[in-house]
Design a protein around this ligand. Sequence first.
Ligand code: EAX
Length: 323
Amino acid sequence: QYAKLGALTSALALSMSWGVSTALGQTVLTVTHSSPADSHFGEAAIAFKQSLEAQTDGAIDVVIQRLDNEREALESVQFGTQECAIVSAGPLGNFVPETRVLDVPFLFDGYEHARGVLDGETGQELLALFPRYGLEGVAWMENGFRNLTTGSKSIASPDDLVGMKIRTMENPIHIAAWQAAGVLPTPMAFSELPPALQQGTVDGQENPIPVILANNLDMMQQHLYLTRHVYSPGIFACNPDFVAGLDEQQQAALKTSGAFAAAANRKRVEKDELVGIETLRDRGIDIVEIDDIQAYRDAMASAYADFEAEFGAERLQAIRDWS
Ligand code: EAX
């Protein structure tokens, strides 16, 4: 019964999206992402479009759209009402649970470390699990290391965070880490964040420099603490049936175009990290370097027993020790 229903819904989904081709017989591939075009995700989408359209001689028409509810984007890709999405890994663990290991705070020392793990065995093994959950993991993307921002309340040490309402992504690992620090985490989709900051329903939020810059979150916040507490990967995901419907050459082009997108994405993250802090300072937000990052690690320490129970202490250590 369920199998039949499943087949029916996928047939429906098929006719709703990629069944629709243009007069020229083009296949339309819609890819959404959560930031403006002038951003680390926007540049990735443009690089992908240019590469795939050129490689397939225009047989695939890539349409880029903005969708800043990342959970909805992944649901639509899974269901087949849109072909692909670039999203941060925020909600990804609710779809592919094994990817949650990447969300553990203070797991990576820096960009080289995080990228090495994603490009290496761990990242590739995780991508191979996606089809089990109705998704095709085309390439890892990058959102960046996350930093804490607050509105009128300022913080001298993590002790001051106790009782503060901080918006987090809809990510159980992040939520547990902030709870351990005494914060009242308020998970919500990215689309709900600007109004929540403007209306003061939360005291702060956390996001990487590229996201803060591209979305002008500094205009809604007064203090930026360079906590770099957690690395935020992104993912380029597509609907597996859509991918299976492409010919072999197009599938290969999809993969290499995903790699182009990832390269453009990383390049923009690097640029934003390099000049973004100065730009944000010039725009007027108070920027605070953290001398005692260990205090933040200690504040979240009580969550680590659970993380070790979920992922294995050895596994976490192996990721930390990557070189
Ligand atoms: O993908 O939800 C978030 O805070 C993400 O970092 C943002 O949507 C960028």
